[in-house]
Design a protein around this ligand. Sequence first.
Ligand code: SF4
Ligand code: SF4
Length: 502
Amino acid sequence: MSSGTALADLREFSYQGESYAFEPKSLKFRPTGRDNPRLAQHFEEVSTREPVLRPMPAGGISFITLNVAHDCNMACPYCFAKQGLYGGRDRKLMDSESARRSVDWLFEQAGQKPEVYLRFLGGEPLMNVPVIREAALYAEEKARQSGKRIYMSINTNGTLFNADIAKMLTDHRMTVSISMDGTRAAHNTFRVFRNGTGTYDAVVRNVGRFLAVDPDTMINATLTAENLDVDEYAELFRSLGVKMVRFAVVGTAVPEIAVAKEEKLARLLAAYDRLAVTYRDQLLSGDVWYLADFYKYFGNFRTLEKRHNRCGAGTAYVNVDVDGNVNLCHRFTTDGTQRIGKVTSKTVDVPLGIRTRDQLQATSASVPSGPEVSQLTGQPGIRALKLAGEEPKMRGASVPAHLHRQLDGTAFFEQIDSTAGVTSANVCAGCDIRHVCGGSCFHDGEILYGDLFGGPDGFKCEVDRHLAKISMWLLDSIFQHDPTLLDRLDDLHLRSQQHHAE
Ligand code: SF4
Ligand code: SF4
């Protein structure tokens, strides 16, 4: 083993022909068989203190996605919002009164937090430009009065653009995220207009226009069983002038198109491997761009700080639907299982498990990750909700069994059913990357197992553990060649937070 910080309880793994030793409890890692003095020195410096859990910020929800349109000019069959209708029967646009009330609510909830985030969502939010403009003006006024800083962003399908939209985005300094899946064939597989024709040409035509307004425009690409070639897609996005990219994997919760078969997973990981090599070469040659997938663990691996939660749903972030209902996150809005308030009321009924976990993590050096809190199920307030009026879609045998593997490939957990209520069966507690991942997604837990803390989607975990390996390999290269690249990446990451504060 090479010199440097002493590591205990090591997990050894290889990636791209390099060997590494990683200590899951401390998050320190190092190459084996050779030195990386700068990386070792970095860890020496940051490890003069114990790894910390950063206290949860004071104040409450400071980020909302605001559904200004439960309507869309597209009809993608895989849409989490059910073609923009969020499970409703009627197409609907938010009125300005509801939008203003939602902004009031956001500022109230934020308490002492100095920054608030307002993200316009649909359906297609650009079908309701007048209300976005009104809400934006109102939010700016509230920010002035309260001394807070407001960040506004919009998530669009990229098919609508005109001078009015450009002016609105510019006037309110909104950052833009465009949903685009990749090459023409990949994109048009699911991203279609209501008449079924593909939207690729319309989106490509507009990407440059959005970039002219917001040079940090981000592309959000959805990966399904049908489109997995992230390396090709990234190359295309870069050729369009984009420097901010994020891929999101459709999981087992949408079984028809999920990346939930071993051969699909292998194809995706191989594409990530090809992209990792290209990305590293580009970075080292000074071509710095932001790929959220590769960056997402950079912060924790460098600071040795541990994540509290996978996301801020319920503690920092919620979704507000077109009628002013507050939902735990945007994904819960369609099935309505975690409606936790209304913007007309000050109180938010955050499920106890989330609040309790939050408190535990603010004070404890342990990381109760994911289902660990499920030992609290059965207490009043813990809600193991089923989808309204029906059994959870995929309970029991219909959930594909999944064998979780550590970074070195060792199988450590067979996930065959809910882990909820079985403390000893906490998949996250034994996972190598629990301290950087933060545990399972509440929505996956609920949809797959009927419990917010029911456990993760194992296929997504394999992707996450693979990304953790890529992350360490990239950091090794960056520290070896030019650590100042990290400053530029951190800067892009900060800007990306205006797109995603989840
Ligand atoms: S990768 Fe999966 S098992 Fe590991 S901590 Fe994250 S959600 Fe839990
Ligand atoms: S990680 Fe899951 S619970 Fe959190 S915001 Fe995303 S979909 Fe919602």
